[in-house]
Design a protein around this ligand. Structure first.
Ligand SMILES: Cc1cc2nc3c(=O)[nH]c(=O)nc-3n(C[C@H](O)[C@H](O)[C@H](O)COP(=O)(O)OP(=O)(O)OC[C@H]3O[C@@H](n4cnc5c(N)ncnc54)[C@H](O)[C@@H]3O)c2cc1C
Length: 401
């Protein structure tokens, strides 16, 4: 599948931060990871930290799947609000999901900023705008629910917003904890660290066959090499549905752009928080450390609609005018624009765990706008599964929920 189209900014910005060999020999390991995006990197890094021997294989170049296209807003807020999620899955699981995401925002920050290079990480706040007047009351209730579970969040009304920002909206929630990162660079950083601990990484190596036995799995690559492992982790992103009988995700196309560095952020508050909104599909925006603005949204049906040049150009203009309506005093030039496949689940939660179809397979599918925080949660949960440590959180994200 073409996961991206146009020119994803990070590949241009960072180039090839590291190179990895193709797999040319048979390998044996504890855990094989299929997929070298941010999810595979987080999982491999977590397992390698525990001294587990992991072999990771990637069919493209490392990070050249959806990870290259991500806009990498790091948020605890799920596409389903806490109140909506409570209605769908019950209060306990909804609250726990929000708590796990909240912890994961800090976890991503630690991984990005520890050691060398910050991977473009910046801690910031997140502003969730009411798109319509009737969303004001919904946000009020949402604010109360989040506060009850201990999240630091404030309700801003139209007047508060007008004092700090250039736009008029009926209300918003301002969350104190959020972040932005360069997920492509973080992927390479995590792999680099884990390689020092024994991880083996091979890119341009496609897994074409998976055979289960009593003791584990044997993967076959396109070049005929075999990898024997006790377990295999599918960190295969939006291409995973091709392996599964069950339909768990609706694939769509989404769009993003990066501007040239701007002269200033007039009308965007003191520290340029992340911006998103209650409308669906939602518009969102963030900044980069070199003074650019990245924005995205304008989702369209169908997984690969983003490949149409005309649509990419139309959705780019749409994003641009959505931005200008919010921030008329920030003139922008679009440097790069791109599209990508995106996935939504019925409740906004990821799928993490096992399916009967693959007895030794683990799945790490961080579908939704919080893909990256979900992937960190997946890494922790799958490690517990592998080490046979009981973790009640696994049931929240199970496939048969
Ligand atoms: C435009 C856009 C904006 C987004 N914005 C955000 C955001 O702001 N915040 C956020 O948290 N998330 C966001 N997301 C979602 C986020 O990008 C994804 O959740 C994340 O990149 C998924 O990473 P991944 O590693 O699971 O998938 P990928 O990066 O796609 O990696 C999976 C890899 O598996 C490999 N693979 C598949 N099958 C095989 C095989 N048989 N053999 C070998 N390799 C195989 C693929 O080549 C691929 O590289 C956005 C997504 C898009 C497209």
């Amino acid at each position: 599948m073409d996961l991206t189209s146009g020119v994803p900014f990070w590949i241009i910005r960072d180039g090839l931060p590291a190179v990895y060999p193709k797999l040319k020999h048979d390998r044996r390991c504890d855990v094989a990871v299929i997929g070298g995006g941010i999810t595979g990197a987080l999982v491999a890094h977590r397992f390698a930290q525990e001294g587990i021997h992991v072999v990771l294989v990637e069919r493209r170049e490392i990070g050249h799947g959806s990870t290259a296209a991500t806009t990498a807003l790091i948020q605890y807020e799920i596409d389903s609000s806490l109140c909506e999620l409570t209605d769908r899955v019950g209060e306990a699981d909804a609250v726990r999901s929000y708590q796990l995401c909240h912890e994961a925002v800090r976890g991503i920050e630690r991984l990005a900023t520890e050691g060398e290079g910050g991977c473009g990480h910046r801690r910031t706040k997140s502003l969730y705008l009411a798109s319509r007047p009737r969303d004001r009351e919904i946000l009020k209730q949402e604010c109360d629910a989040r506060k009850r579970m201990g999240i630091e969040v404030d309700f801003l009304d139209g007047k508060d917003l007008a004092q700090q920002f250039s736009f008029r909206r009926p209300a918003a929630l301002l969350s104190q904890l959020a972040g932005e990162v360069d997920a492509y660079r973080l992927t390479h950083k995590l792999l680099g660290e884990a390689i020092k601990g024994g991880l083996e990484v091979y890119d341009r190596t496609v897994v074409s066959g998976i055979e289960a036995s009593n003791h584990g799995v044997e993967l076959t690559t396109g070049d005929g090499c075999r990898i024997q492992a006790r377990k295999v982790v599918f960190a295969t992103g939006y291409e995973t549905p091709e392996y599964l009988d069950q339909r768990i995700v609706k694939l769509t196309s989404t769009f993003a752009l990066a501007t040239a560095p701007v002269d200033g952020f007039d009308g965007w508050g003191e520290d340029q928080c992340l911006i998103w909104e209650t409308a669906r599909p939602y518009f969102y925006a963030r900044t980069t450390r070199d003074g650019r603005i990245i924005m995205g949204g304008a989702d369209r049906p169908y997984a690969t609609a983003h490949r149409q040049d005309k649509l990419l150009s139309r959705q780019t203009s749409r994003l641009r005018s959505q931005f200008t309506r919010l921030f008329p005093r920030i003139p922008i030039d679009v440097d790069w624009s791109w599209g990508g496949t995106f996935g939504e689940t019925k409740d906004g939660l990821p799928y993490i765990g096992t399916v009967p179809q693959f007895p030794h397979g683990y799945f790490a599918l961080g579908y939704g706008g919080n893909g990256i925080t979900f992937s960190l949660i997946a890494a922790d949960l799958l490690l517990d599964l592998f080490l046979e440590r009981r973790n009640p959180d696994l049931k929240i994200f199970r496939f048969d929920r």
